[in-house]
Design a protein around this ligand. Structure first.
Ligand code: ZN
Length: 314
């Protein structure tokens, strides 16, 4: 009887020990495997083309390399443009252009993805001979600022593709060719005034007639009586208190194929034939003509064809 019991217990313990070793070996194998996969996880290697063309890759790249800055993939909503998005984040449109080297135009479409940082700044595409010193000099920054925003940035930048430069605009000659041209065009014009753009160029429902129409310019909401400046130097060709639906309006011929119109004004400060300089005050804004409230209507024509003023104004 006792002998029988001892045998039974012995068998039980032997089985238990075997099971223990089997389980242990399995656990160990799993642990080893996961350790190996953890050790073999490498930082992905990106090419510049991939970072330019793939926003998700750029996001991951910057996530691993920047400090204290958040980047988001932003989907453009209906009726948004680069300016309204930049304004929402509290920085200039240069930040969006600087962080989105894939952009070849200022026009963005609903659903299009953009990389958006939580602070103003630009991505600097690292050039072959760049050092921390040359980059900080080019942007007029202290090296420590770059080190504070870019993780583990040493003087050897051979491995780097982009460096985030906080608070700065992109360097024009490092933008793609299309954007370089656009930046050059913008130097022709300054904004006639600072205000919120309420109606963009192109298709819209007319605010007064309610009918679908093409908007030949942009509307900038401003307080009654705001100063209006010439977008570029030129000669005044129209300065009249009755220009149809424009109401009180001034037209300027910039004598390089470009003409600008300023409508719904309240007061004119120039006369026909007068030469004006860029930024010179030409009128005060109002709500004359076909208008639902105080705003400036601003049109740019190139060789007689209306073009989107947002191509020219920051
Ligand atoms: Zn208008």
């Amino acid at each position: 009887m006792l002998k029988n019991l001892i045998i039974r217990w012995s068998i039980f313990f032997i089985v238990l020990t075997v099971v223990y070793f089997i389980i242990n070996a399995k656990v160990h194998a799993v642990a080893q495997a996961s350790l190996e996969s953890a050790l073999t996880f490498t930082v992905p290697v990106y090419t510049k083309d991939e970072l330019v063309n793939n926003i998700e890759s750029r996001l991951k790249y910057l996530y691993l390399r920047t400090k204290g800055i958040k980047f988001y993939v932003y989907k453009v909503k209906r009726r948004e443009n680069l300016w309204t998005i930049a304004k929402r984040y509290g920085y200039s449109v240069h930040t969006i252009i600087g962080c989105n080297p894939q952009l070849k135009t200022y026009n963005v479409n609903e659903g299009q993805k953009l990389l958006i940082p939580n602070i103003g700044g630009t991505l600097h595409p690292v050039q072959p001979n760049d050092t921390l010193k040359t980059i900080s000099e080019e942007y007029g920054l202290d090296e420590s600022v770059l080190k504070n925003t870019n993780f583990k940035l040493s003087n050897d930048l051979k491995e780097e593709i982009f460096v985030f430069v906080p608070g700065k605009r992109p360097l024009v000659d490092l933008l793609n060719e299309n954007m370089q041209q656009k930046y050059a065009l913008r130097e022709l014009f300054v904004s006639p005034l600072a205000g919120r753009i309420t109606s963009a160029f192109g298709k819209r429902r007319h605010p007064v007639t309610g009918r679908a129409s093409r908007h030949g310019g942009i509307d900038i909401a401003v307080k009654q009586g705001s100063w209006v400046g010439a977008a570029a130097s030129g000669v005044v060709t129209v300065a009249s208190y009755d220009v149809g639906h424009y109401g009180v309006a001034v037209f300027i011929d910039h004598q390089n194929g470009y003409i600008t119109h300023y409508g719904h004004l309240s007061k004119i400060l120039v006369r026909v034939g007068q030469r004006v300089k860029q930024g010179q005050l030409i009128a005060r804004s109002g709500s004359t003509g076909r208008s639902t409230g105080p705003h400036l209507h601003f049109t740019v024509k190139r060789n007689g064809v209306n073009i989107d003023p947002l191509q020219f104004l920051w």
